[in-house]
Write a protein that binds this ligand. Structure first.
Ligand code: 1QQ
Length: 377
C-alpha cells in the first residue's frame, strides 16, 4: 500500500462507498473529528507509567472536548505496547493502517520510540513523545516531536543541586544496560560528573528484569562514593535503592526520570527517603494552572498526578491547539502546526523548542520524604 502522506484535501464524507482515505471526517456544522492513537506501556513492569499517561490524557480529553465543542472533537485510541519495541512497532502500524489516526502520542519508552518512531515517520504520520527523554529522539525524522524534557537538561540540574548542598566529591554509577533510556541517562550522569570534576569511583550494570543487585552494589560500596547515581526504570531502580540501603550504603542516591512515579515508594518503602530526582513537574508547585490540574486530577482519580500524567495532559493541549490551527484533521497540516510550536506553557512548565524540535525547559529538583517527593532545598 502506498501510504500517501498528503491525505486528500477534502475530508471523506460519511457513508461514501470507498473506505475513508483521510484520518478525519468533518461532521455536521464544521466540527472536525480527529482520531489520535496512543501507544503506552500499559501492562508489565512499567505499567504505572502508561496508566499515569492514560489518566492524564483522558482528563485533558474531557476538558478539551468540552471547550472545543462545535469546532473539534478528539478521540483517543489506546494501544498497549507492553514496554517492548516489537509491541510499539505493531501498535504504530495498527493505528496508522487500520485505525487511520491523524497522529500518535507515545510510545512511553525512548527505546520504543527509537524502534517505532521511524515507522510513523516513514508513513508521514506525526508521532509525539510524552516521556522520551533520551538524546536523539528528534533525529528520527521530521514527523517526530516530544514535550518530554530531555535527561540532558534534567540530570545536570539535579546533580548540581545535590553536589552543592551535600558536598559530593566522589560518585559511583549503576544502570540498566539493556534499556536505551537508562543507558542515555548513565551517559549524561557520567559526562556531568566529569564536567563537574567529580571522581568516579566505580560503575556497574544490570538488566531490566533483574531482581538481585547485591553483587554490583557490594562492589560499589567498597569504592566508598559520596553519591550513587542510578539510571533505571522505577521497578529495577527502586529495588536498587532498597538493596543499597540494606547493604549499608549511606551515600546520597540520585536518579533520573524513571523514578518520577509513586511506585518508587511502594517498592523501596522508607529506603526511598532522601532519593533526589529532577522533574519538570511537581504537584506542589504554587501556580494556578498546576493547582487547577492537580485538583481536577484528584477529583477524577483520587490521587495526585505524577510527571507522566502531567506531560501526557500537556500533550493533548498541544494537539488540540495544533489541530485547531490546522482547521482539519490532516497529518501534513498537523505536522506543520506542531513544527511551528515555539512556546507552550503547560502544567509541566514553560517549554520552548530548538531548531530540531527538542524541548527546552526547566527542571525542578525534588527529594523523597515520607512517601512523596518534596522540593529539594
Ligand atoms: C524514557 C524515559 C522513561 C523513564 C519513560 C518511562 O524517560 O524512556 O525516555
Amino acid at each position: 500500500v502506498g501510504c500517501s502522506s498528503g491525505n486528500s484535501a477534502a475530508p471523506a464524507a460519511n457513508g461514501g462507498s470507498t473506505p475513508a482515505q483521510t484520518p478525519a471526517a468533518e461532521g455536521a456544522g464544521g466540527e472536525v473529528t480527529a482520531q489520535i492513537g496512543v501507544v503506552g506501556f500499559l501492562s508489565g513492569s512499567g505499567a504505572a507509567y502508561g496508566e499515569a499517561q492514560k489518566a492524564g490524557l483522558e482528563l485533558a480529553l474531557g476538558e478539551l472536548n468540552e471547550a472545543n465543542k462545535g469546532k473539534l472533537k478528539m478521540e483517543l485510541k489506546f494501544e498497549d505496547s507492553g514496554g517492548e519495541k516489537e509491541g510499539a512497532i505493531n501498535a504504530v502500524n495498527k493505528l496508522i493502517n487500520q485505525d487511520n489516526v491523524v497522529a500518535i502520542i507515545g510510545p512511553t519508552l525512548s527505546g520504543e520510540m527509537f524502534a517505532a518512531g521511524p515507522v510513523a515517520n516513514e508513513a508521514e504520520v506525526p508521532i509525539f513523545g510524552i516521556s522520551n527523554t533520551s538524546e536523539g529522539i528528534n533525529d528520527i525524522g521530521e514527523y517526530v516531536f516530544r514535550n518530554s524534557l530531555p535527561e540532558s537538561i534534567a540530570i545536570p540540574t539535579a546533580m548540581k543541586a545535590a553536589v552543592e548542598k551535600k558536598g559530593i566529591k566522589k560518585v559511583a554509577l549503576i544502570y540498566a544496560s539493556n534499556d536505551d533510556f537508562s543507558v542515555n541517562g548513565y551517559k549524561v550522569m557520567k559526562a556531568t560528573a566529569e564536567k563537574m570534576g567529580l571522581e568516579i569511583t566505580g560503575e556497574a550494570t544490570f538488566s531490566n528484569g533483574d531482581v538481585d543487585f547485591s553483587a554490583q552494589l557490594t562492589k560499589l560500596k567498597q569504592t566508598n562514593p559520596d553519591a550513587l547515581l542510578v539510571s533505571a526504570l522505577y521497578k529495577e531502580g527502586s529495588m536498587v535503592v532498597k538493596k543499597a540501603r540494606e547493604l549499608g550504603i549511606t551515600a546520597t542516591i540520585l536518579g533520573g526520570n524513571g523514578f518520577n512515579n509513586p511506585k518508587v515508594f511502594e517498592i523501596a518503602g522508607p529506603a526511598a527517603d532522601g532519593l533526589i530526582v529532577a522533574t519538570p513537574f511537581s504537584p506542589e508547585k504554587q501556580d494556578d494552572k498546576v493547582q487547577a490540574f492537580v485538583k481536577a486530577f484528584e477529583a477524577k482519580y483520587n490521587k495526585k498526578p505524577d510527571q507522566f500524567a502531567a506531560q501526557a495532559y500537556d500533550s493533548l493541549y498541544i494537539m488540540s491547539q495544533s489541530l485547531l490551527g490546522a482547521g482539519k484533521a490532516d497529518r501534513e497540516e498537523l505536522r506543520n502546526q506542531l513544527a511551528q510550536l515555539k512556546d507552550f506553557t503547560g502544567v509541566s512548565g514553560k517549554l520552548s523548542f530548538d531548531e530540531k524540535r527538542n524541548p527546552i525547559g526547566d527542571a525542578v529538583v525534588v527529594v523523597a520524604k515520607d512517601g512523596k517527593f518534596v522540593p529539594f532545598e
